[in-house]
Design a protein. Structure first.
Length: 203
């Protein structure tokens, strides 16, 4: 099922050259079915521009946050064929980010700090469930490969008597060349939501 995706985005995708979309996104296109198939963060998705729907092809792995469907189609629309820079930046380092990422668009990293509190061991275990690669940053940090062109880091600091626990997301600097700010927000919400949900449902 597809949630909260502007039908205009499907119309934009339908007008694009499928070979160019596939080259940029590393997706495949089935002309008979009229759909793109793409792998993003260990999940496989079918996107039907004419049918105006997105299907997750591995539904047993659980529900996604609504915003991730928005990210999937915008990935096909916006991603560019450029390499990672290897330099981490925050959302505030992106042009317009310090203004955009506040209020209703504040990245919900508080959900992570509120969920894991000072339990670094559980934070690490949950990150590793999603194939996170450990980084030597903060008290614990993991790198997530959304695709070969997009990576996200989640950093976590334990709290103490003076400061509460804190979490933060970082992005490869190339992210600003790919996506509009609302697309980046959709991705960030999914990252936070997925880690929180995994912890809430663990035995």
């Amino acid at each position: 099922m597809t949630y909260n995706v502007d039908q205009g985005l499907f119309k934009q995708l339908a007008l694009l050259d499928s070979s160019d979309v596939c080259h940029r996104s590393m997706a495949t296109f089935n002309r008979d079915q009229g759909c793109y198939t793409i792998n993003l963060w260990d999940g496989e998705y079918a996107v039907y521009p004419e049918g105006e729907k997105i299907e997750r092809l591995d539904p047993e792995s659980g529900e996604l946050h609504d915003y991730f469907h928005v990210f999937v189609i915008n990935y096909l629309l916006q991603i560019k064929d450029i390499p990672l820079t290897g330099e981490w930046i925050s959302e505030k380092d992106i042009s317009g980010g310090s203004t955009f990422f506040r209020g209703p668009h504040e990245i919900p990293t508080n959900q992570l700090s509120d969920t894991f509190l000072n339990d670094i061991e559980t934070f690490c275990r949950v990150c590793e469930l999603f194939h996170g690669e450990p980084l030597e940053m903060a008290d614990a940090a993991y790198r997530f490969r959304i695709s070969s062109r997009v990576v996200v880091a989640v950093l976590y600091w334990q709290g103490d008597d003076d400061f509460p626990p804190e979490a933060k997301l970082l992005f490869d600097r190339s992210i600003s060349e790919h996506f509009a700010l609302d697309t980046l927000f959709a991705l960030a919400v999914e990252v936070c939501s997925r880690l929180v949900s995994a912890n809430c449902h663990r035995p």
